[in-house]
Design a protein around this ligand. Structure first.
Ligand code: GLC
Length: 565
């Protein structure tokens, strides 16, 4: 490892907060900034270095804050700008940095820029958004928004359509317009000056649109086609991003993690190369989206363990020595990982820890999503009325109109709805999980009486304590941060794992993804440093067992093909 490769954001562990569901301090059923401040001690004890806080800006909340009305004002339900500044300072006092969500692909339709833009065709801000005339009384193209239905919304007053990749209350900014870019950049600078350490950059691969505005191929029986083909990672996008890097990011040396669906693996280095790339790291979604195909969003696909491992490992292999990834299992747009990739009943504890070890020690910066550290699970909502997420509600309406049976739609949402990951944080066995003293904005998972932070703190063997150990282990062993990556048991439908090597240190992370014993074909190298069970037997991995082993190798032996030295 060269010292020049070292960087604080590589050595950090990030904790993601979805403010609406984290901690309510005021009793209105909605989480808030004061709630986060009150829980900083908990996060500091966990050992994390950075908090990514999802949008807390003023917003009419059509998409829970991802529809920003004012970048320079806090959402009143969450608190004030003074609270936000206090959060930054209080976190800093504990050695925790804050990164904010940067939503730059779109604004709310209530943002002053859009209000002006829609006011008339010759308003100076008309071109700040994407307006097109209709075609023969129809939408300008057949693009389907990410939240279902047409991506175009008709404006009666000016008789044109505007584009929205997400909800109709999230009009897309026109990044072709240099004034738009300049205004976004100065907003970024303003926040950096307030003391934040960087950004999680929302939906950034959507900013460039195919300027020919072509119609796209539809699936049989569907009226619209997913807009990805004309609005995701389109040629020319990197010019915009390099401008952002040149103008804002590089001079200020902030941390950047981009939500970057649509970036093919061949292009990863163009995005994250330390010299010539644009961001420190990106989120890719192959592993969490392996159960859906983009072209047929609502259809659930079964998958095998080898698909899951490949979805993560191919990115690891591509960045084995160079490049950097954001590592995650959950976020506010996805379901709980133990319910999806592990077992959320009998083996909830074991499989949560196993999944943690599997992704956490890969090459990249690990992210923990609130509640993941206590093994929170999905819940089967009884009716659509219980859902709050716009994507799920739209999906329900759209599929109902296509004649899909209700039970089938609800089953799909139980496995895919974003609200699965948004249920309130389970702090204790008190009413409403200690999240609020009022009525929570989204239902609490009834299993909070047994799955909660308080219980996890008391149980020295809990998932929470396992995360603490993982964080410490990673911090104390640079091989687990900077070491190269090599997958093992690639073709196994039971075992998964990899080896990290740095100098003469070789670490093996091995996991059993099944609820049965699995034989280990080759002896484990070195000695066990951490495991989720205390009864490891040679040659066998027990149900959902994970072991982390360390071996010292002879000089020149680091790149062996088998997991043993
Ligand atoms: C990102 C966010 C998601 C939001 C969307 C539109 O995907 O993670 O929550 O709905 O962008 O801003």
């Amino acid at each position: 490892m060269e010292t020049r490769d070292r960087n604080w954001w590589k050595e950090s562990v990030v904790y993601q907060i979805y403010p609406r569901s984290f901690q309510d301090s005021g009793g209105d059923g909605v989480g808030d900034l004061r709630g986060i401040i009150n829980r900083l001690g908990y996060l500091s004890d966990l050992g994390i270095d950075v908090i990514w806080i999802c949008p807390v800006y003023d917003s009419p909340n059509d998409d829970n804050g991802y529809d920003i009305r004012d970048f320079y004002k806090m959402q009143a339900e969450y608190g004030t700008m003074e609270d936000m500044l206090e959060l930054i300072v209080s976190a800093e006092a504990l050695g925790i940095r804050i990164i904010m969500d940067l939503v730059a692909n779109h604004t709310s339709d209530e943002h002053a820029w859009f209000v002006e833009s829609r006011s008339s065709k010759d308003n100076p801000k008309r071109d700040w958004y994407i307006w097109r005339p209709g075609l023969g009384g129809e939408e300008p193209t057949n693009w389907e928004s990410n939240f279902g239905g047409s991506a175009w919304e008709y404006d009666e007053d000016t008789q044109e359509y505007y584009l929205h990749c997400f909800s109709r209350k999230q009009p897309d900014l026109n990044w072709e317009n240099p004034e738009v870019r300049r205004n976004i950049f100065s907003m970024m600078e303003w926040w950096i000056d307030k003391g934040i350490a960087g950004f999680r950059i929302d939906a950034i691969t959507f900013i460039k649109k195919d300027q020919r505005f072509p119609n796209l191929k539809t699936e049989e029986g569907r009226r619209y086609a997913p807009l990805a083909g004309a609005s995701l990672n389109q040629p020319g996008i990197l010019d915009f991003l390099h401008e952002m890097k040149r103008e804002v990011l590089k001079p200020r040396n902030v941390m950047t993690v981009a939500e970057a669906p649509g970036v093919p693996i061949e292009q990863i280095h163009e995005y994250v190369d330390e010299q010539s790339g644009v961001f420190n790291m990106i989120f890719q979604f192959d592993h969490v989206d392996l159960d859906v195909k983009p072209a047929a969003k609502g259809i659930y696909h079964s998958w095998k363990l080898t698909d899951f491992k490949h979805a993560l490992s191919k990115w690891q292999t591509e960045t084995a020595d160079k490049g950097w990834m954001a590592l995650f299992m959950e976020n506010h747009d996805h379901v709980r990982s133990v319910s999806k990739f592990g077992s959320d009943s009998l083996y909830r504890e074991e499989s949560s820890k196993m999944l943690a070890a599997y992704y956490f020690l890969m090459r990249g910066t690990p992210f923990i999503y609130q509640g993941q550290e206590i093994g929170m699970t999905n819940h089967h909502f009884a009716s659509i009325e219980e859902y709050r997420d716009i994507e799920s509600i739209n999906f329900h309406a759209y599929e109902t109109a296509l004649g899909r049976p209700k039970a089938d739609i609800l089953n799909h949402l139980a496995k895919r709805s974003r609200d699965q990951g948004r249920m309130p944080m389970q702090w204790s066995a008190e009413p409403m999980a200690g999240f609020t003293s009022g009525e929570p904005w989204l239902r609490v998972n009834p299993n909070y009486t047994s799955i909660n932070v308080e219980q996890s703190l008391h149980d020295g063997n809990s998932i929470l304590h396992f995360y603490r150990k993982l964080i410490r282990l990673r911090r104390e062993n640079k091989a687990l941060i900077y070491g190269s990556y090599r997958e093992i048991y690639k073709d196994s439908e039971e075992l998964g794992g990899y080896v990290r090597t740095l100098g003469n240190e070789e670490w093996t992370i091995l996991c059993n993804f099944t609820d049965r014993n699995a034989a280990i074909p080759a002896p484990l190298a070195g000695s066990i440093v951490l495991s989720n069970r205390n009864d490891h037997e040679a040659d066998i991995m027990k149900p959902y067992e994970t072991v982390i082993c360390k071996a010292e190798c002879e000089a020149g032996q680091e790149e062996t093909a088998s997991p043993s030295c």
